[in-house]
Each structure stands twice: as C-alpha cells, then as structure tokens.
Design a binder for this molecule. Structure first.
Ligand code: GYE
Length: 306
C-alpha cells in the first residue's frame, strides 16, 4: 500500500498494456536498482510487465526478445548486454508492428527506425567528468598523473563511451595518462581481480578510474590488501552513485563519484503508455546526473534508496 487512498498495488488488476522487458542481469548495485525502478513503475502505472533476465548472455537476450514477439506484447524494451547482433530480431519486431524502446544502453545498428525511443544517460560525459575532477586535483603539480582504468564488460555502450569520454578530456592537457587497463566485468569481484593485476603490472598508480561503483569498491579491497590507502593514494573515481559508493566516499575509500541514475522506470512507462495510445514519443530521453565528493556524499546519502 504505497499510494494515497490505500490502493493495494500488488492486487490491482493488470491493465491492458503488456510490456516485454529484457534486462542485462543483476551484476551490481546499479543494475538491481534499475530493475527495482522498472518493476515499481510498471506496477504503479498498471502495466503488465513480462520481465526477463539475460544473466549477461547476449544470445539469451536476443532469444528473450524473440519470445516477446511470439507473445505479441504491446511494447518491447530492453537494456542491451552488448551493442551488436540486433538487426534481425528488431526487423522482426518492426514487421510485427511492435514498437521497441532501448533503455540505459544503445545498439550498433545504422537503421535507427528499428527503435522508437532510447532512455538513458550520456556515458561519454560521465567519462569527461571523471577526468575533469582528476585534472583539477592535480592542477598546479608538474609531471604525469598515472591512471589505471577498470573497464566494464566488453562490447557494452558505457564501457566504450566512458573510456572515450575520459580519454578525450585527458588528451586536452596531456597531464592524465591512462597507463594500463583491465576489464572488471562490472562486478565487485571483477574489480578486485582487475586491480590485483594492475598493481602487479604498474609501479606507480596515482589514480584509478573504475567505470562503475562495484568495480571501484572491489579495487579498494585489492589496494588495501597490498598495503595502499585507497581514496587518497591512489585516488579512486567511479561512476553510478549507489549507496555503497556514497558510503565509500564518506569513509574516505573512494575519492569521487559521477552519478548515472538507474531510475529509468517512470520515464519508460510514460513512453510505453504514449506508444500504446498511438502518441508520438521523443527519440532520445536523457537522464540527469550529479557528481559527489566526500562532502556532498553525506547529504546525498540521506535520501539515497539504492
Ligand atoms: O554503470 C553498471 C551496470 O549500463 C549504465 O551497467 C549501465 C551500467 C552501470 O552494470 O554498474
């Protein structure tokens, strides 16, 4: 009972709109919050959600989208595990007259008529913001700043674009140098394993750019085990803004966090309702973001639910 008037949403009758949604997996805090946002918004908007979890498997995800077409859902939405491989299934959806919405990430298809809308964050600017922070931190110092990067899963939009954004800003002054990188697959364990390898291979690491919070928090474990002081030496910058990362900031284990909001549920459902009624929808819907340091994290933590 989370609505005025005591409406019991759990037992409310399912509406006429069926949404097939395919999720990447449950790889970390961001993803779990994203799933929660979508499920909650579907319930609030009386949308019958057919939810499938690809568990990080691109082939399984494509099969799931085929199953939505077979089930003749009204709208299909998905957060792509990887960018490639989408042409055939999306042409099938278009031929069947089922509109497709991309959430969170993008796909690599020239034919942009294969999807009606995409909702998510600008990942390159997250990379820009991470690099701008470090540039400022080292302003006035001489010499190169050695950065190691912990990458998300290969082939996903945020992995590519966060790296590109960071590199583009770093290239401007030449002060920050990404001296090494390793994939951490978006997970805490993956981040820890990646950091271990990076410590072995690199004598001097001034800063770590972890492409998500979970990997950054995993890196903290590896750095502490190696006798380092993560948060100050090296500095650690992450992306997402989950509760765990904000707590990491307050504890001084992380240095800076660029937000990427997982709360895509409400904007998605409003697009789904418009599509169901034949309305026009925006091709691109961009989410808002903020940045956090050790000071602003404490305030943000007061109402952070994920
Ligand atoms: O940053 C990461 C998740 O696609 C924006 O995927 C999303 C990313 C997010 O696993 O934590």
């Amino acid at each position: 009972k989370d609505e005025p008037g005591g409406v019991d949403l759990k037992n409310a009758p399912k509406g006429p709109i069926v949404l097939g949604f395919s999720q990447v997996g449950a790889e970390g805090g961001w993803r779990k919050a994203n799933t929660a946002s979508i499920k909650k918004a579907a319930e609030r908007n009386r949308i019958d959600l057919n939810f499938k979890d690809a568990e990080g498997d691109p082939a399984r995800q494509i099969a799931d989208v085929h199953s939505f077409i077979d089930a003749r859902v009204n709208v299909i939405a998905f957060a792509p595990v990887v960018e490639t491989g989408w042409g055939q299934v999306l042409r099938r959806a278009r031929d069947a007259g089922i509109p497709v919405v991309l959430t969170d990430r993008l796909i690599d298809e020239k034919d942009t008529s294969l999807w009606v809308s995409s909702i998510g964050a600008e990942f390159a600017s997250e990379g820009n913001l991470a690099a701008i922070y470090l540039e400022n931190e080292y302003a006035g110092t001489s010499g190169q700043v050695n950065v190691v990067e912990i990458l998300g899963a290969t082939g996903a939009t945020p992995t590519k674009q966060r790296a590109q954004g960071f590199a583009a800003t770093a290239a401007k002054s030449g002060k920050l140098k990404v001296v090494d990188e390793e994939t951490g697959d978006w997970t805490k364990d993956g981040g820890e394993a990646a950091m271990k390898k990076l410590i072995k291979r690199n004598k001097r690491i001034d800063a770590v750019f972890a492409q998500n919070d979970d990997m950054g928090l995993g890196a903290v474990i590896a750095l502490e085990a190696a006798g380092k002081k993560p948060g100050s030496a090296p500095k650690i910058v992450t992306v997402d803004g989950t509760k765990a990362a904000l707590e990491g900031l307050v504890a001084g284990k992380l240095t800076y966090v660029v937000e990427c909001s997982p709360e895509i549920g409400e904007p998605l459902m409003s697009v789904v309702v418009d599509l169901f009624h034949g309305g026009r929808v925006q091709k691109r819907i961009q989410s808002e973001k903020a940045v956090f340091d050790t000071q602003t994290a404490a305030e943000a933590l007061l109402d952070r639910t994920y």
